[in-house]
Design a protein around this ligand. Structure first.
Ligand SMILES: Cc1cc2nc3c(=O)[nH]c(=O)nc-3n(C[C@H](O)[C@H](O)[C@H](O)COP(=O)(O)O)c2cc1C
Length: 235
């Protein structure tokens, strides 16, 4: 049985930003967890090209095997929604050719390659960043029926963003797993004025990491990961 492909989505797009660092933490925590049956190393989608992990010829022994990749919305560079059609009205199987804009066709083709998603997002004004809502709005059938997990961050963990996102994903008919992971960022921040446009690494403050450990974040991420694996088993 071929491995199932999970994309971890980096949702904020400003420069500089914290999201890639948090996404990497989520990826690494899931990847090193012995209970999560990951098969492959990290692939970050920095372009709209297909994921090279997907056609690799690695023998699968565990039918639950998954791959973890990262999709960065900033690299997708989607304009504000500019399709004349409503995505839900398109044919359910391979809607990509029916979109009018090349960026939508590329986005549709990329998302169709994945079986499940973990959305990693900051809270912006009690909701998700417009970049994430915009990227979700572009498609419908490509999301529909697929398992989704939610990880948020903010001064109190981004719970309001998580609530909004659960509603949006449910509207897209995704199978949102029960565990939300909220990461309070009290000490970690983007040192404004010190990072270049090329975006040097932003590090997670040890005090936040310690707080997450004490709150059992690694166990929550394992629950979220295993809930997605179980949902994929039902396919
Ligand atoms: C436009 C904007 C709105 C924000 N609103 C909230 C908020 O409602 N609650 C919160 O805890 N943090 C809020 N923040 C702080 C962000 O959680 C924090 O800046 C975080 O680093 C943003 O993620 P990013 O660096 O990946 O963009 C906001 C930040 C921005 C830029």
């Amino acid at each position: 049985m071929p491995a199932k492909h999970i994309a971890i989505v980096t949702s904020s797009t400003r420069t500089p930003r914290l999201n890639p660092t948090i996404t990497r933490y989520i990826h690494d925590t899931l990847h090193k967890d012995p209970e999560i049956p990951t098969r492959k190393t990290l692939h970050t989608s920095t372009t709209t090209e297909p994921n090279p992990n997907i056609d690799t010829d690695i023998p699968d022994t565990d039918p639950r095997h998954i791959t973890l990749s990262i999709i960065d919305l900033k690299a997708q560079n989607l304009p504000l929604y500019d399709e004349p059609i409503i995505p839900a009205t398109l044919p359910a199987t391979n809607p990509a050719p029916h979109y009018k804009k090349p960026h939508t066709r590329a986005w549709s083709t990329l998302i169709q390659e994945y079986d499940a998603f973990i959305f990693v997002t900051p809270q912006y004004n009690w909701s998700v960043p417009a970049s994430l809502k915009n990227a979700l709005d572009y498609l419908f059938h490509e999301w529909k029926g697929k398992p989704a997990g939610i990880v948020t961050y903010g001064s109190r963990g981004g719970v309001k963003a998580a609530d909004h996102l659960r509603g949006i994903l449910t509207g897209l008919r995704m199978r949102v797993v029960p565990t939300n992971v909220g990461l309070p960022v009290k000490f970690t921040g983007v040192p404004v004025g010190t990072l270049s446009e090329e975006e040097e690494e932003v590090f997670i403050d040890e005090r936040d990491l310690e707080g997450w450990k004490e709150a059992g974040v690694e166990g929550m991420l394992r629950n979220l990961g295993m809930e997605i694996v179980c949902e994929l088993d039902k396919n």
